[in-house]
Design a protein around this ligand. Structure first.
Ligand SMILES: Cc1cc2nc3c(=O)[nH]c(=O)nc-3n(C[C@H](O)[C@H](O)[C@H](O)COP(=O)(O)OP(=O)(O)OC[C@H]3O[C@@H](n4cnc5c(N)ncnc54)[C@H](O)[C@@H]3O)c2cc1C
Length: 472
């Protein structure tokens, strides 16, 4: 950008800030460098950038007003919820305004008869679980960050989690939305009923749009009665290939676990280092959970299938809720435990057809040999969705890490997989989008983006590659 253009942009931002302070009141507009700096990052390793201002929205009207002012002065806006995103989605890469929606945190309604909840985007996902479970109801999407991520971010990323295998991801639980478009127009999409096919499915389009099409101000979510019973087991394997084969065998046996999580040998090492006792013979582990009336019988069947698989030497069944919680505690602390293994870590969330998990592990071994970058894998094996983590200590290794990521993305697409199962594309994976999607499909999505946001001001720099189309 030339000096004149930069000056014009600064002037526009200042005018937008003054207008926002005038109409929202100064307490809702943060402008000090210290305050803005706390909105510069998310949980990815995408370089942070401080916004020029942060709007602390407390209502849908605040959101609409911010988007009206931002469009008028042509200032970029980046929506934000809990800031736990893993691909830089909430980072204001072009500066401008961060629109923080954590202040819209009301659970407006839990309707037992119609099995719906109406919530604002700043509701913490775990708090929603607690509220609906207190009513004997169930909202399935359960990202492992559920104690700090929020419904707005979950909607934007179509968040998943361990229970996707049986229950689907966030999109499968959204019936309708209230969303605000650039310029300040508010639209309501979808319905309050499970069935409904009126017009285009704009709700599904907005869920997973990574904050680039609209800002959510309310969601109508589907609930179901809480499952009657839950049974959980660990299956221990001498090596990860055996565990990968067991995943396919369990699914082929016709059982539908609600969770089927896999941890490889290096991941188990991290868990052991964090103080969790795991049989030293284990080179891989499956965490399996079933629910419903016949959960005990289903778990027994899963245990039989796993035991019959090569390399499985033990199946441990949780005897009570406390033991179950302990098994899950090990799974939920993984991300933090792995962080202690090296100075830097980067977690990818690729998906392959579940029958190709073994092949994927071969490819990651190969990538490690070729690039010299350590990696490990764990995750939602039932969905073929593995978090391949790259670990390194020295900044000089970064180019090798980039090469390793590129090779992983290529291998994933070659195996019929997809670049992201739940974290989205954001900034960090935008350059790889052309590996998976054709030029025509990316152009169509850019057209959709223009229809919602003609000036390209809402969450710029996300999803789409900045250069031309590079298919490799
Ligand atoms: C330890 C850990 C474990 C994780 N485990 C999982 C997991 O199991 N499954 C999973 O799916 N993810 C997981 N994640 C990633 C992350 O938690 C999810 O992507 C989550 O959905 C992000 O929610 P958030 O509220 O933190 O959103 P943010 O990080 O604030 O934002 C994410 C995106 O949503 C957009 N956005 C935020 N609010 C709005 C709004 N109101 N309207 C429109 N767009 C909005 C932002 O612009 C951004 O693009 C994990 C992250 C961590 C740190």
């Amino acid at each position: 950008m030339g000096a004149r253009a930069t000056l014009v942009a600064v002037a526009q931002t200042d005018r937008a800030r003054i207008e926002l302070e005038r109409r929202l009141g100064p307490s809702k507009v943060l402008t000090s460098p210290e305050a803005c700096a706390t909105y510069a990052n998310d949980d990815s390793d995408v370089p942070g950038r401080s916004p020029d201002a942060v709007v602390l929205a407390a209502s849908a009207q605040d959101v609409a007003l911010t988007l009206e002012v931002a469009e008028r002065f042509e200032v970029p806006v980046t929506p934000r919820a809990g800031g736990t995103g893993r691909t830089g989605g909430a980072i204001p890469v072009d500066g401008g305004i961060v629109l923080a929606t954590h202040g819209l945190a009301k659970i407006k309604e839990i309707d037992r008869a119609n099995l719906i909840a109406v919530v604002e985007p700043g509701v913490v996902t775990g708090a929603l679980h607690a509220a609906v479970e207190a009513e004997g109801l169930f909202y399935a999407p359960d990202p492992n960050s559920l104690e700090s991520c929020m419904i707005g971010g979950n909607l934007a990323e179509n968040a998943g989690g361990p229970r996707v295998f049986k229950y689907g991801a966030t999109r499968d639980w959204v019936l309708g939305l209230e969303a605000c478009l650039m310029g300040g127009r508010v639209v309501r999409t979808g319905k309050r009923t499970v069935k409904g096919v009126t017009g285009y499915d704009v709700t599904s389009l907005l869920v997973g749009s990574e904050g680039t099409l609209a800002v959510f101000t309310e969601a109508t979510l589907r609930l179901v009665p809480e499952p009657a019973a839950i049974a959980t087991a660990l299956a221990l394997f001498s090596d990860v290939r055996g565990a990968a084969r067991a995943v396919s065998a369990i699914v082929a046996a016709g059982v539908v676990p609600r969770c089927l999580e896999m941890l490889d040998s290096a991941t188990l090492g991290a868990v052991r280092a964090a103080g969790v006792a795991i049989d030293p013979r284990a080179g891989a582990m499956l965490l399996i959970e079933v629910d419903g009336e016949s959960s005990e019988a289903s778990l027994m069947r899963v245990g039989e299938v796993a035991t019959g698989c090569e390399g499985c030497f033990d199946v441990v069944v949780a005897q009570d809720a406390a033991q179950r919680d302990r098994l899950w505690a090990a799974r939920r602390m993984l991300s933090r435990a792995i962080r202690k293994l090296s100075r830097h870590k980067l977690s990818e969330d690729i998906v392959v057809p579940r029958t190709r998990i073994s092949d994927l592990l071969d490819r990651t071994d190969d990538i490690g040999r070729k690039t010299g970058v350590r990696n490990l894998a764990y995750g939602h094996a039932g969905d073929g969705n593995l978090h391949v983590n790259f670990l390194w200590d020295d900044d000089s290794e970064r180019p090798a890490v980039e090469r390793a990521i590129g090779l992983l993305m290529q291998a994933t697409v070659e195996m019929g997989g997809t670049l992201s199962g739940e974290h989205g594309i954001g900034v960090s994976k935008a350059q790889y989008l052309p590996l998976e999607q054709s030029e025509g499909l990316i152009a169509l999505q850019r057209d959709v983006k223009r229809a919602f946001d003609p000036k390209g001001l809402l969450n710029p720099g996300k999803i789409f590659p900045s250069g031309g189309h590079r298919a490799c």
